[in-house]
Design a protein around this ligand. Structure first.
Ligand code: F6P
Length: 366
């Protein structure tokens, strides 16, 4: 088998802290092994438009600690069309690029898979998203940093809640996944969390706040994942109004828990990656190049129980769809009964983990 000589790397979709550490690892591992490396700017958009540059080892120096992505990113429409993908493939050919590494979320990995299928292009996907919503992997690049950023911000809010005897309802990113919200709720000592995976009991949340306030507690944090509609700004208003009415009814000012709302939004996507994300990104980047050198492709690099492993991109896509309930007819045809059972088991385990962790969070929330 002929040795792979060249690789292109791109970051796509929402940026996530640690992407630079991953680009660095890919670049340096490839060069170390005698390959040419090309950085593609602005994700698939840049691939369609031919925005590629050969990378040297120096070009990724002083990047491991930087947030964002030095390759920039974009949410690309033209790559969704056959014409766009044709142009992308032609650009790869023009630069004599044999293989492609895509760092990004679900949509980005599915783009890589399409290129692999339509043009027989060897690709590797690396999960880079703060959302941690790629079912095949325990962790995605950026998730740890995003949680750390939430914790730092919420700790600040909590200080001022304590001074004023207030509540802060904090909305955090995560698209359809509650991973960031649930973990940070535990780490911040929140009184409640609303996540898409578990039904939220709004009345119980308000009752808990009232009970704790009667007992003298002064600071209240509620974390809401952006994927749960109707429970962010609205919830803040409800807590505020309910406790205000109660204070009036009982003629006891102290029962009013004035409640503010805070949306952390994109602050959670920026910043210097944590040690965990730098390590994960580096291990995944190195492994991606190693797989290509070994003649393997069309894989997603995952972390499972602390180990870096690989799964076929096709499998990762199907698993995600199964998890989200968006499977289409025929998608499971190529899998055996045992494999399908295995996937179902994995998904059930993940859902159970959410329920158990949520129950634990409630138990210790006061
Ligand atoms: O997928 C990452 C993410 O930050 C989600 O948590 C969020 O819903 C979305 O991207 C925001 O997208 P944009 O940066 O395009 O506003």
């Amino acid at each position: 088998m002929e040795k792979i000589q060249s690789v292109a790397v791109l970051t796509s979709g929402g940026d996530s802290p640690g992407m630079n550490a991953c680009i660095r690892a890919v670049t340096r591992t490839a060069i170390f092994n005698g390959m040419k490396v090309f950085g593609v700017y602005r994700g698939y958009e840049g691939l369609v438009n031919g925005e590629l540059k050969e990378f040297t080892t120096e070009m990724v120096s002083n990047t491991i600690q930087r947030g964002g992505t030095i390759l920039k990113t974009a949410r690309c429409q033209s790559f969704m069309t056959p014409e766009g993908r044709q142009k992308a493939y032609e650009n790869l050919q023009k630069f004599n690029i044999q293989t492609l590494i895509v760092i990004g979320g679900n949509g980005s990995l599915s783009g890589a898979y399409q290129l692999a299928r339509e043009y027989d292009m060897p690709v590797i996907g690396i999960p880079g998203t703060i959302d941690n919503d790629i079912t095949a992997t325990d962790n995605t690049i950026g998730f740890d940093t995003a949680m750390q950023t939430v914790v730092e911000n919420v700790d600040r809010l909590r200080d001022t809640c304590e001074s004023h005897a207030r509540c802060n309802v904090v909305e955090v990113m995560g698209r359809g996944a509650g991973d960031i919200a649930l973990n940070t709720a535990i780490a911040c000592g929140a009184v409640a969390a609303a996540i898409p995976e578990v039904d939220f009991d709004e009345d119980a949340c308000i009752e808990r706040i009232v009970r704790l306030r009667r007992g003298g507690k002064r600071n209240f944090i509620v974390i809401v994942s952006e994927g749960v509609s109707g429970h962010s700004e609205e919830l803040a208003k409800k807590i505020n109004d309910y406790t205000k009415d109660l204070a009036e009814k009982e003629n006891n000012d102290r029962l009013w828990v004035e409640t503010k709302f805070c949306r952390l939004a994109h602050t959670v996507r920026g910043g210097s990656p944590t040690l965990g994300d730098r390590l994960l990104a580096t291990r995944m980047g190195v492994r991606a190049v190693d797989e290509l050198l070994a003649g393997n492709s069309d894989l997603v690099i995952c972390e499972k129980a602390g180990k870096i492993v690989t799964v076929p991109i096709a499998y990762s896509q199907v698993l995600d769809r199964m998890y989200k309930g968006t499977l289409k007819d025929g998608m499971l045809d190529k899998y055996s009964k045992e494999e399908i059972e295995q996937m179902k088991l994995l998904i059930e385990e993940k859902k159970n983990d959410f329920r158990t962790t949520y129950a634990m969070m409630e138990q210790i929330s006061g």
